[in-house]
Design a protein around this ligand. Structure first.
Ligand SMILES: C[S@@+](CC[C@H](N)C(=O)[O-])C[C@H]1O[C@@H](n2cnc3c(N)ncnc32)[C@H](O)[C@@H]1O
Length: 262
Protein backbone atom coordinates (compact mmCIF):
# COMPACT_ATOMS: atom_id res chain seq x y z
CA UNK A 1 0.00 0.00 0.00
CA UNK A 2 2.71 2.63 0.72
CA UNK A 3 3.85 2.84 -2.91
CA UNK A 4 0.27 3.27 -4.05
CA UNK A 5 -0.21 6.19 -1.63
CA UNK A 6 3.11 7.77 -2.59
CA UNK A 7 2.35 8.04 -6.29
CA UNK A 8 -1.40 8.48 -6.02
CA UNK A 9 -1.04 11.87 -4.39
CA UNK A 10 1.12 13.02 -7.29
CA UNK A 11 -1.40 12.29 -10.01
CA UNK A 12 -3.59 15.01 -11.49
CA UNK A 13 -7.29 14.69 -10.43
CA UNK A 14 -8.56 13.27 -13.76
CA UNK A 15 -5.81 10.68 -13.79
CA UNK A 16 -6.33 9.86 -10.11
CA UNK A 17 -9.76 8.48 -10.96
CA UNK A 18 -8.39 6.32 -13.75
CA UNK A 19 -5.38 5.22 -11.72
CA UNK A 20 -7.38 4.36 -8.61
CA UNK A 21 -9.95 2.21 -10.39
CA UNK A 22 -7.14 0.52 -12.26
CA UNK A 23 -4.92 -0.12 -9.27
CA UNK A 24 -7.60 -1.15 -6.82
CA UNK A 25 -8.19 -4.17 -9.03
CA UNK A 26 -4.51 -5.05 -8.67
CA UNK A 27 -2.53 -5.94 -5.63
CA UNK A 28 -0.22 -2.96 -5.05
CA UNK A 29 2.49 -5.27 -3.66
CA UNK A 30 3.13 -6.29 -7.24
CA UNK A 31 4.85 -2.95 -7.70
CA UNK A 32 7.14 -3.70 -4.80
CA UNK A 33 10.35 -3.51 -6.79
CA UNK A 34 9.64 0.07 -7.80
CA UNK A 35 9.65 3.27 -5.84
CA UNK A 36 7.58 5.70 -7.86
CA UNK A 37 9.12 9.15 -7.62
CA UNK A 38 6.68 10.90 -9.96
CA UNK A 39 3.70 9.70 -11.96
CA UNK A 40 1.56 12.16 -13.87
CA UNK A 41 0.47 9.65 -16.50
CA UNK A 42 -1.52 6.55 -15.68
CA UNK A 43 0.17 4.78 -18.62
CA UNK A 44 3.41 4.90 -16.65
CA UNK A 45 1.86 3.11 -13.66
CA UNK A 46 0.30 0.54 -15.97
CA UNK A 47 3.68 0.01 -17.57
CA UNK A 48 5.38 -0.56 -14.19
CA UNK A 49 2.66 -3.00 -13.32
CA UNK A 50 3.29 -4.95 -16.50
CA UNK A 51 7.05 -4.78 -16.01
CA UNK A 52 6.71 -6.16 -12.48
CA UNK A 53 4.78 -9.07 -13.93
CA UNK A 54 7.26 -11.91 -14.23
CA UNK A 55 5.05 -14.05 -16.45
CA UNK A 56 7.07 -13.33 -19.60
CA UNK A 57 9.28 -16.30 -20.21
CA UNK A 58 11.91 -16.72 -22.87
CA UNK A 59 14.06 -19.74 -23.68
CA UNK A 60 16.88 -17.27 -24.38
CA UNK A 61 17.30 -16.43 -20.66
CA UNK A 62 18.93 -19.74 -19.82
CA UNK A 63 21.11 -19.59 -22.92
CA UNK A 64 22.30 -16.05 -22.11
CA UNK A 65 23.34 -16.95 -18.57
CA UNK A 66 25.24 -19.98 -19.89
CA UNK A 67 27.20 -17.74 -22.29
CA UNK A 68 28.86 -15.68 -19.55
CA UNK A 69 31.44 -18.24 -18.25
CA UNK A 70 32.63 -18.92 -21.80
CA UNK A 71 32.87 -15.21 -22.59
CA UNK A 72 34.77 -14.70 -19.34
CA UNK A 73 37.49 -17.06 -20.66
CA UNK A 74 37.62 -15.28 -24.04
CA UNK A 75 37.89 -11.97 -22.22
CA UNK A 76 40.67 -13.10 -19.87
CA UNK A 77 42.60 -14.41 -22.91
CA UNK A 78 42.32 -10.96 -24.51
CA UNK A 79 43.47 -9.24 -21.31
CA UNK A 80 46.55 -11.51 -21.12
CA UNK A 81 47.28 -10.89 -24.80
CA UNK A 82 47.10 -7.11 -24.29
CA UNK A 83 49.29 -7.30 -21.20
CA UNK A 84 51.90 -9.47 -22.96
CA UNK A 85 52.14 -7.17 -25.96
CA UNK A 86 51.88 -4.09 -23.70
CA UNK A 87 48.92 -2.87 -25.73
CA UNK A 88 47.09 0.07 -24.25
CA UNK A 89 43.66 -0.50 -22.73
CA UNK A 90 41.38 2.42 -23.43
CA UNK A 91 39.44 2.57 -20.15
CA UNK A 92 40.74 2.13 -16.63
CA UNK A 93 38.21 -0.64 -16.03
CA UNK A 94 39.11 -2.50 -19.23
CA UNK A 95 40.58 -5.50 -17.41
CA UNK A 96 37.53 -6.03 -15.18
CA UNK A 97 35.76 -9.38 -15.42
CA UNK A 98 32.41 -9.57 -17.20
CA UNK A 99 30.50 -10.39 -14.01
CA UNK A 100 31.57 -7.07 -12.50
CA UNK A 101 30.56 -4.90 -15.46
CA UNK A 102 27.33 -6.47 -16.63
CA UNK A 103 23.81 -5.59 -15.46
CA UNK A 104 22.67 -8.40 -13.10
CA UNK A 105 20.19 -10.90 -14.53
CA UNK A 106 17.16 -9.64 -12.56
CA UNK A 107 17.89 -6.12 -13.89
CA UNK A 108 18.20 -7.50 -17.43
CA UNK A 109 14.87 -9.31 -17.00
CA UNK A 110 13.23 -6.07 -15.88
CA UNK A 111 14.62 -4.26 -18.98
CA UNK A 112 13.44 -7.14 -21.17
CA UNK A 113 9.93 -6.86 -19.66
CA UNK A 114 9.99 -3.14 -20.30
CA UNK A 115 10.77 -3.53 -24.03
CA UNK A 116 8.01 -6.11 -24.38
CA UNK A 117 5.46 -4.14 -22.36
CA UNK A 118 6.15 -1.06 -24.48
CA UNK A 119 6.13 -3.06 -27.73
CA UNK A 120 9.22 -1.00 -28.48
CA UNK A 121 10.38 -0.94 -32.09
CA UNK A 122 13.52 1.19 -31.82
CA UNK A 123 15.80 0.43 -28.92
CA UNK A 124 19.16 1.94 -28.13
CA UNK A 125 21.78 1.00 -25.55
CA UNK A 126 24.73 3.17 -24.55
CA UNK A 127 27.45 0.85 -23.19
CA UNK A 128 27.33 -2.62 -24.76
CA UNK A 129 30.09 -4.03 -22.61
CA UNK A 130 30.29 -7.70 -23.59
CA UNK A 131 26.71 -7.69 -24.81
CA UNK A 132 24.91 -9.42 -21.94
CA UNK A 133 22.15 -6.81 -21.45
CA UNK A 134 21.97 -6.42 -25.26
CA UNK A 135 21.18 -10.15 -25.50
CA UNK A 136 18.17 -9.69 -23.23
CA UNK A 137 17.00 -6.58 -25.06
CA UNK A 138 17.45 -8.21 -28.48
CA UNK A 139 15.48 -11.24 -27.26
CA UNK A 140 12.60 -8.91 -26.38
CA UNK A 141 12.85 -7.35 -29.86
CA UNK A 142 12.07 -10.78 -31.31
CA UNK A 143 8.55 -10.36 -29.87
CA UNK A 144 8.06 -6.66 -30.62
CA UNK A 145 9.38 -6.69 -34.18
CA UNK A 146 11.94 -4.18 -32.98
CA UNK A 147 15.66 -3.61 -33.39
CA UNK A 148 18.35 -2.70 -30.87
CA UNK A 149 21.28 -0.39 -31.61
CA UNK A 150 23.98 -0.80 -29.00
CA UNK A 151 27.11 1.37 -28.78
CA UNK A 152 30.51 0.51 -27.27
CA UNK A 153 33.82 2.44 -27.52
CA UNK A 154 36.13 -0.44 -26.47
CA UNK A 155 36.82 -2.19 -29.78
CA UNK A 156 37.65 -5.57 -28.28
CA UNK A 157 34.51 -5.58 -26.13
CA UNK A 158 32.42 -4.52 -29.12
CA UNK A 159 33.92 -7.37 -31.17
CA UNK A 160 33.27 -10.02 -28.53
CA UNK A 161 29.68 -8.75 -28.18
CA UNK A 162 29.16 -8.62 -31.94
CA UNK A 163 30.31 -12.17 -32.61
CA UNK A 164 28.21 -13.50 -29.72
CA UNK A 165 25.10 -11.55 -30.73
CA UNK A 166 25.38 -12.71 -34.34
CA UNK A 167 25.02 -16.33 -33.22
CA UNK A 168 21.46 -16.02 -31.93
CA UNK A 169 20.17 -12.50 -32.56
CA UNK A 170 21.08 -11.90 -36.19
CA UNK A 171 18.93 -9.09 -37.63
CA UNK A 172 17.66 -8.01 -34.19
CA UNK A 173 20.67 -6.00 -33.03
CA UNK A 174 23.45 -3.83 -34.44
CA UNK A 175 26.65 -3.24 -32.45
CA UNK A 176 28.27 0.14 -33.20
CA UNK A 177 31.84 0.86 -32.26
CA UNK A 178 32.51 4.33 -30.80
CA UNK A 179 31.38 6.71 -28.11
CA UNK A 180 27.61 7.01 -27.82
CA UNK A 181 27.74 10.81 -28.02
CA UNK A 182 29.47 10.55 -31.40
CA UNK A 183 27.71 7.53 -32.90
CA UNK A 184 24.11 8.06 -31.76
CA UNK A 185 23.46 11.43 -33.50
CA UNK A 186 24.52 9.85 -36.81
CA UNK A 187 21.88 7.09 -36.51
CA UNK A 188 18.91 9.50 -36.73
CA UNK A 189 16.70 7.24 -34.60
CA UNK A 190 13.30 7.91 -33.06
CA UNK A 191 13.73 6.00 -29.80
CA UNK A 192 11.02 3.95 -28.02
CA UNK A 193 13.34 2.49 -25.41
CA UNK A 194 16.77 3.64 -24.29
CA UNK A 195 19.19 2.07 -21.82
CA UNK A 196 22.12 4.09 -20.51
CA UNK A 197 24.88 2.00 -18.92
CA UNK A 198 28.06 3.67 -20.14
CA UNK A 199 30.49 6.05 -18.42
CA UNK A 200 29.14 6.60 -14.91
CA UNK A 201 29.94 10.25 -14.32
CA UNK A 202 27.39 13.01 -13.80
CA UNK A 203 28.36 14.98 -16.93
CA UNK A 204 28.63 12.06 -19.37
CA UNK A 205 25.44 10.34 -18.20
CA UNK A 206 23.50 13.63 -18.30
CA UNK A 207 24.79 14.24 -21.83
CA UNK A 208 23.70 10.73 -22.84
CA UNK A 209 20.29 11.27 -21.27
CA UNK A 210 19.77 14.58 -23.11
CA UNK A 211 20.71 12.97 -26.43
CA UNK A 212 18.16 10.18 -26.08
CA UNK A 213 15.51 12.44 -24.49
CA UNK A 214 15.62 14.71 -27.54
CA UNK A 215 15.10 11.72 -29.87
CA UNK A 216 12.29 9.94 -28.03
CA UNK A 217 8.86 9.14 -29.38
CA UNK A 218 5.91 9.96 -27.05
CA UNK A 219 5.55 7.35 -24.30
CA UNK A 220 9.15 6.18 -24.71
CA UNK A 221 11.13 5.05 -21.67
CA UNK A 222 14.74 5.76 -20.78
CA UNK A 223 16.37 3.41 -18.27
CA UNK A 224 19.56 4.45 -16.47
CA UNK A 225 21.72 1.99 -14.55
CA UNK A 226 23.35 2.75 -11.18
CA UNK A 227 21.14 5.67 -10.23
CA UNK A 228 21.39 4.86 -6.50
CA UNK A 229 24.12 3.61 -4.17
CA UNK A 230 26.76 3.70 -6.91
CA UNK A 231 28.37 7.09 -6.26
CA UNK A 232 27.43 10.46 -4.84
CA UNK A 233 27.45 12.05 -8.30
CA UNK A 234 25.09 9.44 -9.75
CA UNK A 235 22.75 9.88 -6.73
CA UNK A 236 22.84 13.62 -7.40
CA UNK A 237 22.07 13.09 -11.08
CA UNK A 238 18.98 11.02 -10.26
CA UNK A 239 17.86 13.71 -7.83
CA UNK A 240 18.36 16.42 -10.46
CA UNK A 241 16.71 14.50 -13.31
CA UNK A 242 13.65 13.65 -11.27
CA UNK A 243 13.32 17.26 -10.07
CA UNK A 244 13.05 18.61 -13.61
CA UNK A 245 9.66 19.98 -14.60
CA UNK A 246 9.83 18.27 -18.00
CA UNK A 247 10.33 14.89 -16.30
CA UNK A 248 6.87 13.87 -15.10
CA UNK A 249 7.14 10.10 -14.74
CA UNK A 250 10.02 8.46 -12.91
CA UNK A 251 10.56 5.35 -10.80
CA UNK A 252 13.53 3.55 -9.31
CA UNK A 253 13.78 -0.23 -9.62
CA UNK A 254 15.42 -2.13 -6.75
CA UNK A 255 17.34 0.94 -5.66
CA UNK A 256 19.40 0.70 -8.83
CA UNK A 257 17.87 1.27 -12.27
CA UNK A 258 15.98 4.50 -12.93
CA UNK A 259 13.08 4.52 -15.40
CA UNK A 260 11.85 7.77 -16.90
CA UNK A 261 8.90 7.93 -19.27
CA UNK A 262 8.74 10.72 -21.82
C1 LIG B 1 28.85 -1.42 -17.28
S1 LIG B 1 29.50 -1.67 -18.86
C2 LIG B 1 28.10 -2.12 -19.82
C3 LIG B 1 27.53 -3.45 -19.49
C4 LIG B 1 26.39 -3.90 -20.35
N1 LIG B 1 25.35 -2.89 -20.47
C5 LIG B 1 25.79 -5.15 -19.76
O1 LIG B 1 24.97 -5.06 -18.85
O2 LIG B 1 26.18 -6.26 -20.21
C6 LIG B 1 29.79 -0.04 -19.39
C7 LIG B 1 30.35 0.06 -20.80
O3 LIG B 1 30.20 1.41 -21.25
C8 LIG B 1 31.27 1.67 -22.10
N2 LIG B 1 31.41 3.13 -22.27
C9 LIG B 1 32.24 3.99 -21.61
N3 LIG B 1 32.10 5.22 -22.10
C10 LIG B 1 31.15 5.17 -23.09
C11 LIG B 1 30.58 6.11 -23.98
N4 LIG B 1 30.96 7.39 -23.96
N5 LIG B 1 29.65 5.69 -24.87
C12 LIG B 1 29.24 4.40 -24.89
N6 LIG B 1 29.76 3.46 -24.06
C13 LIG B 1 30.69 3.82 -23.17
C14 LIG B 1 32.46 0.99 -21.40
O4 LIG B 1 33.52 0.77 -22.30
C15 LIG B 1 31.83 -0.27 -20.87
O5 LIG B 1 32.04 -1.37 -21.71
Amino acid sequence: MPIFRRFYSLLRPRQQVKASSYLLERHPDQLDHFVIVKASDVRFVKLLDKVSDSSYHDADFEYIESVQPRLERVHQGTVQHHTMLRLEMVNIDAGKCIASVRTPSDGCRMLYNCVRALSAKNGVEFGTGFGISAMYLASACRYTGGHLHTIEPELWRAEIAKSELQKRWEGLVTVHHGKAEEVFPRLGLKVDFGYIDAWHSYEVTLRHFELIWASCSPGAVIALDDMARFSAEMDQLWEDLTSRSDVQNAALWNNRIGLIMV
